[in-house]
Unconditional design. Structure first.
Length: 340
């Protein structure tokens, strides 16, 4: 089978894929966007020469399987890959990408990177909780002023966290929080069973009953996909329902939160702080107050990216290549109805 790698991958990982039985690998890094940082799958903006674009489109036509999307041609991609039967994404939240590009209607199986980014995102959530508990902003200000003034922080042990969305990311966050001695509340679409949660939660409610746990939480962690049901999930009424001074941590997508309502709550003190890896518009406009609010951590949609990511993605892709070759069900198949 012709397998096309559509974004930069380190040589050692390329060779692992090439060694898989039945693979005829197509990989020309000179035709791909140059990474901006380690494990970047989108890369710098790329305009191929006419000759290079013609060669690249030959590769697209020849491919049966792709690792990642062709981002320079994303909006036209559905018409350029007549023989592709399966695309392995390098991201988990691909639903809106497929909708915007028109690929959602293509006769292609998509598999996501679900699970690859769970631990890095849980690391970010735990870092954020510790940052606010230990008043990291104060430490930075005092150090900059060369000022030594003792103060009292908080411990995470005994604090309450609400994890909104208990997929692979939310479950990892819950596991971390349980280890830290926290009281863990959670939501999922189907809250009739605790299956797969392994005693990590003190209470589980359906997402429709979200407000029932918001008032108890010192920290609220958002780990839901961006779907029709979750867009605007955290609005003004949900923020008002939160315990005053609670911290909001968004690992999901910016569209899940009413950003103006969040900003107003951060300014008023209803929200004690926020750690944001995602925003309504990325990057935020220079005039967006979130850049300058003294109780906000801004992460440039990088909480999931770590230097071991491509090794983990290659592990997943090689597993799925073996399954594809032998006709077994693929791992992490994207659900078009649920958009995740």
């Amino acid at each position: 089978m012709n397998v096309l790698i559509a974004s930069y991958l380190e040589p050692e990982h390329v060779e692992r894929i090439r060694a898989e039985d039945g693979v005829q690998l197509i990989y020309e890094p000179s035709l791909l966007p140059t990474p901006r940082y380690t494990c970047d799958h989108v890369g710098h903006p790329l305009k191929r020469s006419d000759r290079d674009e013609a060669l690249w489109r030959q590769h697209l036509t020849a491919a049966e399987v792709m690792l990642d999307f062709d981002y320079p041609n994303l909006r036209a991609l559905a018409g350029l890959i007549p023989n592709v039967r399966w695309i392995q994404a390098t991201s988990t939240g691909i639903g809106q990408t497929l909708v915007r590009s028109g690929l959602i209607d293509a006769p292609i199986v998509f598999t996501t990177a679900r699970g690859v980014h769970s631990r890095p995102l849980a690391d970010f959530a735990l870092m954020a909780m510790l940052w606010f508990a230990k008043d990291g902003f104060r430490m930075v200000r005092e150090q900059a002023a060369h000022r030594w003034q003792r103060y009292c922080g908080r411990t995470l042990s005994g604090a309450t966290v609400a994890v909104v969305g208990l997929g692979t990311i939310g479950r990892e966050v819950a596991r971390y929080c349980r280890f830290m001695g926290m009281r863990v509340l959670g939501t999922r679409r189907n809250a009739e069973t605790m299956a797969g949660l392994d005693g990590m939660l003190d209470r589980l409610v359906p997402t429709s009953a979200l407000k029932a746990i918001l008032s108890e939480a010192d920290f609220v962690v958002l780990a839901v996909p961006h779907t029709r049901d979750t867009e605007g999930l955290i609005g003004a009424s949900e923020i008002t329902a939160m315990k005053r001074g609670a911290v909001l941590i968004n690992l999901a997508r910016g569209a899940v939160v009413d950003e103006p309502a969040m900003i107003a709550a951060l300014q008023s003190g209803q929200l004690g702080g926020a750690a944001l890896d995602v925003f309504a518009k990325e990057p935020p406009e220079p005039t967006n107050p979130l850049w300058d609010l003294p109780n906000v951590l801004v992460s440039p949609h990088s909480a999931s990216t770590v230097d071991s990511e491509n090794a983990a993605l290659t592990d997943l892709f090689c597993q799925n290549l073996r399954r594809y070759r032998t006709g077994e069900p693929l791992l992490n198949v994207f659900d078009r109805e649920r958009l995740y």
